[in-house]
Write a protein that binds this ligand. Structure first.
Ligand code: B12
Ligand code: SF4
Length: 498
């Protein structure tokens, strides 16, 4: 069977496609786990953001797929529906399958769409079984994790029982198949980028995170042999930067240290690695961990700081993962200590902060912005966003603070909830105004590493970061509010991908 797998083109403010175009790891993992006789094509539509419609039409005509699968996050739902309608119009009999975070957590939203199947949670085995069942023409009811149409004319939906999370150690999930990608141009600041996984899951329960509803509180790991084979494969396909997409790789620090050692021993430390980390793990183990990470090739560390104020951390349920400890006793917030270790060992900090929580005032937001300005290399400041079924969503709804229900704007940098003291738009204005300037101060660090990229892309990047500005605003003849209004209008137009 011919299978076309698509990831959505929508990107958000901190990942401008101009400089960052990452592959979707889930889709190549699905491709690696279907039976060998299927012909699979993976197309990450982020690579053709300006030509989505033409590309989908071309791929459907060239590949003549029997099955089309879409991977969707919540802010991409509207685009996904448009692509579903496009594909259905091109090939009415094709089977359309959706999967990923949004279909898994808001299955009911997909039932009225022109979709045949929905896969909840991890997809590799469920999708393999679905293709087998389609070939046989029977057996859908037995496939765990699958939702499908039933009833007269397929007018209602049946939701089979959930599939338990894969244990990963047992080799059940085979390596991804990167050769199935049919589009080119993956990049992270000028270097070809790829993604790999070493584990799945997390045992924390931060209120803004979708992971717990997606798979429960658990943590499973791949063997180092598999991880190293995956890195080699990504490298052989041209990657010089690798993003480790694990939900929380730092849950087991000892294992992570051993992984760094394995990367060094395998000679794979000439790659730039990018990883997401908890501040507490780095702060508590930094003395040995930070130099080891540096030797293994880690360059950027995304720190889930979330907020520097204790009240906000409590709301976000993120206090524990941000607490430094000495002999088991809390010694306060871990953030400064973690940043210090990383900087001392020449790594760069992407600072993940969330501002606009229910109790936030202008002062508490400013305190976080000031912190980011002083201590992080690249700000990744977001607003709390009520994604389906997260604990935070319930909190915001109960407090009547959700101000915007347009899901395509649920991209993390559009404020869609108000605080008890400030309207959503004001929260976003404060962050947007401060963050544009913070980003420019990172240019010298990028230049030292990739001068050619900066020379060729700096003007476009600056124009992107400061879109909405005009000569008049630069001369101070126009207010920043006016620029913000124009930026919002540009951003709205950008969201029309199809
Ligand atoms: C790595 C990661 C990123 C990376 C890399 C993204 C990439 N291109 O791979 C970066 C940092 C770029 C990123 C950015 C964003 N991310 Co992100 N990200 C993650 C993370 C940590 C892991 C995702 C991953 O790759 N997992 C490994 C793969 C193998 O698993 P998977 O993608 O889930 O796919 C499996 C199943 O879902 C399913 N499946 C998926 N697609 C399909 C399709 C079909 C047809 C089928 C059958 C099955 C299927 O099968 C796959 C294999 O088992 C998750 C989860 C977390 N703990 O935070 C968040 C997460 C996915 N991100 C999220 C969000 C919101 C974003 C951003 C909008 C903002 C932000 N918070 O940073 C941006 C938008 C990016 C953009 N396009 O501009 C949310 C999504 C919430 C939601 N309800 O939509 C998550 C869940 C985090 C959260 N807040 O809870 N992200
Ligand atoms: S530690 Fe990270 S992955 Fe785990 S629940 Fe919190 S945000 Fe999600």
């Amino acid at each position: 069977m011919n299978v076309l797998l698509l990831s959505m083109p929508d990107s958000f403010e901190h990942m401008p496609a101009l400089a960052i175009r990452m592959p979707n790891g889930g889709l190549t993992s699905l491709a690696g786990n279907v039976d060998a006789h299927h012909r699979v094509a993976v197309a990450d539509l982020i690579l053709v953001q300006q030509r989505v419609r033409e590309t989908v039409i071309r791929l459907v005509r060239e590949l003549d797929p029997g099955v089309v699968g879409l991977s969707v996050m919540t802010f991409q739902r509207r685009t996904a529906e448009r692509i579903i309608d496009l594909v259905r119009g091109l090939k009415p009999g094709v089977k359309i399958v959706v999967g990923g975070y949004d279909p898994s957590l808001a299955a009911e939203a997909y039932e009225p769409m022109h979709v045949d199947f929905l896969i909840r949670g991890e997809g590799e085995v469920t999708f393999r079984e679905l293709l087998r069942s389609l070939e046989r023409g029977s057996g859908l009811e037995k496939i765990c994790g699958l939702s499908h149409r039933n009833g007269q004319n397929g007018s209602s939906w049946g939701h089979n029982p959930d599939r338990a999370p894969h244990r990963l150690e047992d080799g059940e999930i085979r390596l991804p198949r990167r050769e199935t990608r049919v589009l080119r141009g993956y990049t992270l600041l000028g270097r070809q980028v790829d993604v790999i996984e070493t584990s799945r899951g997390c045992t924390y329960d931060c209120s803004f995170c979708s992971i717990i509803e997606m798979r429960g509180r658990n943590f499973f790991t791949y063997s180092f042999d598999r991880v190293l084979a995956d890195i080699r494969d990504a490298h052989d396909h041209g990657a010089r930067t690798i993003f480790l997409v694990d939900d929380n790789i730092m849950l087991n620090v000892r294992r992570f240290q051993a992984l760094c050692e394995a990367i060094i021993a395998a000679g794979l430390n000439d790659i730039d690695y990018f990883v997401q980390a908890m501040t507490s793990s780095i702060a508590n183990h930094g003395e040995t961990l930070a130099p080891l990470m540096k030797r293994a090739g880690f360059r950027y560390v995304f720190l889930g700081i979330e907020n520097i104020l204790e009240n906000d951390l409590e709301f976000l349920r993120a206090s524990a993962k941000n607490t430094a400890r000495d002999n088991g006793h809390s010694t306060g917030n871990a953030t400064r200590k973690a940043i210090d270790y990383l900087h001392r060992h020449g790594m760069l900090v992407v600072g993940g902060l969330i501002v606009g929580n229910p109790g936030d005032t202008r002062e508490s937001i400013d305190a976080n912005l000031e912190f980011a300005r002083r201590y992080v290399d690249w700000p990744y400041i977001q607003h709390p966003t009520p994604y389906p079924r997260t604990p935070m969503t319930k909190d915001f709804r109960d407090q009547g603070l959700i101000q915007n229900e347009r899901l395509e704007e649920y991209d993390g940098t559009t404020a869609v909830v108000r605080t008890q003291h400030l309207p959503a738009e004001e929260v976003e204005f404060l962050r947007w105004k401060a963050e544009r300037w913070m980003k420019t101060s990172h240019v010298p660090a990028v230049f030292r590493h990739d001068p050619w990229f900066v020379l060729t892309h700096a003007p476009k990047m600056l124009a992107h970061t400061f879109r909405g500005s005009s000569i008049r605003s630069m001369l101070g003849l126009e207010s920043e509010r006016k620029v913000f209004e124009r930026y919002k209008a540009i951003r709205k137009a950008e969201r029309e991908y199809v």
